[in-house]
Write a protein that binds this ligand. Sequence first.
Ligand code: ATP
Length: 235
Amino acid sequence: MFAELRNISVYYNKSMAIKDVTINVPEAGVVSIIGANGAGKSTILKSLLGMVPIREGEIVFDGESIGDLETAERVKKGIVLVPEGRQLFPYLPVITNLKLGATVRRDRAGIAESMEYVLQLFPRLKERLKQNAGTLSGGEQQMLAIGRGLMANPRLLCLDEPSVGLAPIVVEQVGEVIQDINGRGISVLLVEQNAHLALGVCQTGYVLEVGRVVMEGDRETIRCSEIVRKAYLGG
Ligand code: ATP
C-alpha cells in the first residue's frame, strides 16, 4: 500500500483522540474518512504529518516507516496537508500565499510547472494574484489553500474538511478539483463531515466515530450502509 496508518493511537494528555486506527491509501487513489465533529479526523491527518505524537502504531509511506521523521521531511517526501480553516496569510497577496507552498522545494522548473497547473485549475486565482488572500470569498480561499498545497508537489494530498462554510455549488467545485488532482496521479486523503462530497469523489471510505474506525469499504458499501444513510446522508 502507498500510504498506511497502522493501528495508530493518539492521546492529548490522558484523553484518547484516536484509538487503533488503520487507514490505507493506494497509489493514485482517493480515500475519504467521514466523521462528525470531534471524531478525530484532524488528528488522523496530523499524525500522518507528524504534527502530533503517536502513542501506538506505525506510519508507512511508499514502503518506508516514517513515524520518526519531522513534519518538513514528510512534506519533502510528498505528504502535504491542506489544513482545516485554510490557514492562509490574509494580509499577503494570493501569489505570495501560493509561493509559500513551494518553500520546501528547490526545483525551479518544477515549481513553475506547478504554478502553471494551479493557475489553470483555478482561473479565478489567476485573475486575483495581487489581491490579499483575506479579501477573497470563502470558496476562493479554499481554492487558494488547495493551490498552495499543490505548490508543494504532493504525492499524497491530505484535505481537512474543505467543504466547511461553503455553498453547495462551491462544494461541488471542490469535488471536481479533487478529481482533477487525482487525474494527475496524486493520491488524496479527504476527511469530511460532508458525506456527499466525501462519497462523491472516493473509491474507498472509512467512517470514524469517537476516535475509532467503525466501518470501511468501497464507496457503494459505505453509501448504502445504515449508519451513513441515517447519520450523514439525511435518511
Ligand atoms: P472537527 O471536525 O471538530 O475538527 P475532528 O474529527 O477533526 O473534529 P479532532 O480535531 O481530531 O476531531 O479531535 C479529536 C478529539 O481530540 C476531540 O475530542 C478534541 O476535543 C480533542 N483534541 C483535539 N486537539 C486537541 C488538543 N490540542 N488538546 C486536547 N484535546 C484535543
